[in-house]
Ligand binder design. Structure first.
Ligand code: F6P
Length: 365
């Protein structure tokens, strides 16, 4: 029998810690189990187009601290709905059989897929076709079900917190309302936790549609009490009661087509007009996804990698690794597929914010 061989790919939007997983999987597979590791380029696109590289001790050495992914990624590639050009026209094809053929031809014992909800959904579908898949959860949005957290989130939260810290002094000097817009898609975790860590005066998240009148009241009240500035932390997915999310872009060839962004500028215009207090907006955007991972994200990514290899060696497939409390566990992919973990209204984080006087943009007890 030849050497056992596994594949790994990173799918969806990048985030800090992906390289730590690639390193953790490769070193564990090679070092502990004497396996070969194949890294597919650009997420599922590498599996579709037969593009990969052999990962060795040498090429994963020194990548622990690097942001992004050395393998590349794609948040468009989907073997079950692959967009191809035929006679000048874009057509959507299911090329998953071809992916399974490559999986078998390469003699893979398992495929480790590192990604968010989209990647986990595709992974579950490949598992149904017979691939031995183990998923590893990543995302700065922390919106994956069945796991307390995902790597990438801690780094993005640190970036968000630092931005809020920095905006305080300029807001104070100019007596302005500074609005900082954070990513997170439909989930408010990133804005909520960065906002609490940075002492945001008003935190607006998708799960709690806001009342513009209440925001104006809070800003004016702060002014009356001698606080002539306010910091508003707003998630890109937030919206006014009865209003819609602000769509920045529609990416037609992506499974998740909507890109959010711009709600902060909309709010600034409304607030400035109504209160006559100057407002400025800072949109953090992809800054939250870049750079070196925090120690916590490096540790979590490494633990996830080792746990994923444990599952491969135990033959526990069609699972995603997860963390609950201090325990690393495995959860069936079907429990994660097509779901989003949103902030519950009774979250202790909201309770803590309310206790210290944070407004969530509506009247709350
Ligand atoms: O899911 C991660 C994320 O950064 C979201 O917070 C954001 O809405 C989206 O990806 C941005 O996607 P893109 O990189 O395609 O602009």
């Amino acid at each position: 029998m030849g050497k056992r061989r596994i594949g790994i790919l990173t799918g969806g939007g990048d985030c800090p810690g992906l390289n730590a997983v690639i390193r953790g999987v490769t070193k564990t597979a090679v070092n502990r189990y004497g396996m070969e590791v194949i890294g597919f380029h650009d997420g599922f696109l590498g599996l579709i187009e037969n593009r990969f590289t052999f990962l060795t001790f040498e090429n994963v050495s020194g990548i622990l601290t690097q942001g992004g992914t050395i393998l590349g990624t794609s948040n468009k590639a989907n073997p079950f709905a692959h967009i191809m050009m035929e006679n000048g026209n874009a057509t959507v094809k299911d090329v998953s059989d071809g992916c399974m053929e490559l999986y078998n031809d390469l003699g893979l014992d398992a495929l480790i897929t590192v990604g968010g909800d989209g990647t986990m959904t595709i992974s579950g579908m490949l598992a149904e076709k017979g691939a031995n898949v183990v998923g590893v959860p990543k995302t700065i949005d922390k919106d994956l079900m069945e796991t307390d957290t995902t790597f990438g989130f801690d780094t993005a939260r640190a970036v968000g917190t630092e931005a809020i810290d920095r905006l305080h002094s300029t807001a104070q000097s100019h007596h302005r309302v500074m609005i900082v817009e954070l990513m997170g898609r439909n989930a408010g975790w990133l804005a909520l936790e960065s906002g609490i860590a940075g002492g945001g005066d008003i935190i607006l998240i998708p799960e709690i549609p806001y009342d513009i009148e209440e925001i104006m009241r809070v800003v004016r009240q702060r002014s009356r009490f001698g606080k002539r500035f306010s910091i508003v932390v707003i998630a890109e997915g937030a919206s006014e009661i009865g209003g819609d999310q602000v769509v920045k872009k529609v990416v037609e060839d992506s499974p998740e087509k909507i890109r959010l962004g711009g709600i902060g500028s909309q709010l600034a215009a409304q607030l400035e007009e109504a209160t006559q207090i100057e407002c400025r907006v800072a949109i953090l955007g992809h800054l939250q996804r870049g750079g070196t991972p925090t120690p916590q994200d490096r540790i979590l990514a490494t633990q996830f990698a080792v746990k994923a290899m444990d599952l491969v060696m135990d033959g526990q497939f069609n699972q995603m690794v997860a963390i609950r409390g201090n325990d690393l566990i495995a959860v069936p992919l079907e429990k994660v597929m097509g779901k989003q973990k949103l902030v519950p209204i009774d979250s202790p984080l909201i309770e803590a914010g309310l206790s210290v006087g944070t407004s969530f943009g509506i009247k709350m007890e």
